[in-house]
Ligand binder design. Structure first.
Ligand code: NAP
Ligand code: G4F
Length: 318
């Protein structure tokens, strides 16, 4: 039966797909929106039924007020400073939003709506230096301030689950992409670069580490898994991944191939894009997600790359 969902991070890539899917399934959807000078919220502008609630995960009173007023049955905590690269530049801010933000959300829910089911957005980045493939049993070895903050939030979620009996489920999601991805993540950066080179507006594409491997999937598949996780009888931790990985160079090669170009003629190495510490190899084992949710990715790597490049070509108007 549809209920009432409350989403932090609703204006982001995942929040926008999740809100869309829940509204289509007749849920009431409320989204936490923080104050900004522009207030455009482009990813959710097409969702008139989405109710915006003003607040910020770093501000506990705003969360208590929001949850007391909304009384959601399901809460999705997606808010984050989600750029791993930026977390090296802004480690304290990242900890405040990703770590303390989750603590604030769990406390606010404990006070205002302790029966609500909560989804915590954990990340494959938490596995860090642990060798591939990674599953629910793999040790966390974080390699960035972002990952360390996500590990804190993850352990806190498990603590609230065990200590207070709250229903908090953690989705350990591997990289998922779409044409709504922020422009500074590598897939969108590559897709946009290819479209601009195709349009004759640029000639080169700067990249950092080409050898890093990621398990890339299609974002709407992953937001389906989020709501599925909150439908289970018990709150658990679950890896969601395609089970296939590629290098950044593979992604660039496939993206340039969409417009009939050789990536080696355009990609230039930019040392400033190489991170102080890198996660070399992320490859998820989605066995448990398949067994418990019947979940499977609907879009292949090649289709994902094509969709992203074609969307950028449309944006460029060529
Ligand atoms: P995203 O596009 O960067 O969206 C982040 C969202 O968090 C935005 O709505 C942003 O609002 C909001 N936010 C940031 N700081 C906030 C604050 N202080 N208070 C309230 N809201 C705040 O991220 P995403 O890709 O959709 O990812 C969703 C979640 O999944 C994140 O927690 C991310 O760390 C996690 N995750 C993502 C992936 C992935 O591959 N995408 C994989 C694993 C885990 P503004 O629009 O105002 O900036
Ligand atoms: O696209 P990325 O910035 O994503 P990253 O660091 O894997 O993090 C994303 O996935 C996590 C899940 O594992 C999420 F938790 C997190 O919120 C975020 O959504 O970088 C992917 C790889 C890295 O190895 C990076 O070093 O691409 C490499 N890379 C090479 N050149 C680059 C670039 N990354 C970016 N952003 N820009 C480059 O020019």
């Amino acid at each position: 039966m549809p209920g009432r969902a409350f989403i932090t991070g609703v204006t982001g890539q995942d929040g926008s797909y999740l809100a869309e899917q829940l509204l289509a399934a007749d849920w009431e959807v409320w989204g936490l929106v923080r104050r900004s000078s522009s207030a455009e919220h482009g990813r959710v502008a097409h969702l008139p039924k989405l109710v915006h609630v003003r607040g910020d995960v770093t501000d506990l009173p705003s969360l208590i007020t929001a949850l007391s007023n909304v009384q959601p049955t399901h809460i999705y905590n997606l808010a984050a400073q989600s750029s791993v690269a930026d977390s090296f530049v802004q480690p304290i801010y990242t900890a405040q939003v990703v770590g303390i933000g989750a603590a604030n959300l769990f406390e606010a829910a404990r006070i205002a709506c302790p029966e609500a089911r909560i989804y915590q957005a954990s990340s494959s980045e938490m596995f860090g230096a642990s060798p591939a493939p990674q599953s629910e049993h793999t040790r966390f070895q974080p390699c960035s301030p972002y990952a360390a903050a996500k590990v804190y939030a993850h352990h806190l979620a498990v603590h609230y689950r065990r200590t207070y009996g709250m229903f908090i489920a953690c989705g350990i999601l591997f990289n998922h992409e779409s044409d709504r991805r922020g422009p500074d993540f590598v897939t969108r950066h590559i897709a946009r670069g290819v479209a601009r080179i195709h349009a004759g507006r640029e000639t080169t594409l700067p990249l950092g580490n080409l050898e890093a491997r990621r398990d890339w999937g299609w974002a709407p598949d992953y937001t389906r898994a989020m709501s599925g996780l909150l439908m289970l009888d018990e709150p658990i931790d679950l890896v969601v991944a395609t089970g296939v990985s590629h290098t950044v160079a593979d992604f660039a090669a496939a993206a340039f191939a969409v417009v009939g170009k050789d990536w080696r003629s355009h990609v230039v190495l930019d040392a400033a894009r190489v991170r102080p510490c890198e996660v070399p190899d992320l490859l998820g084992d989605p066995t448990r997600a398949k067994t418990l949710l019947g979940w499977a990715p609907s879009v292949s790597f090649t289709q994902l790359v094509e969709r992203m490049v074609e969307a950028e070509i449309r944006r460029e108007g060529t």
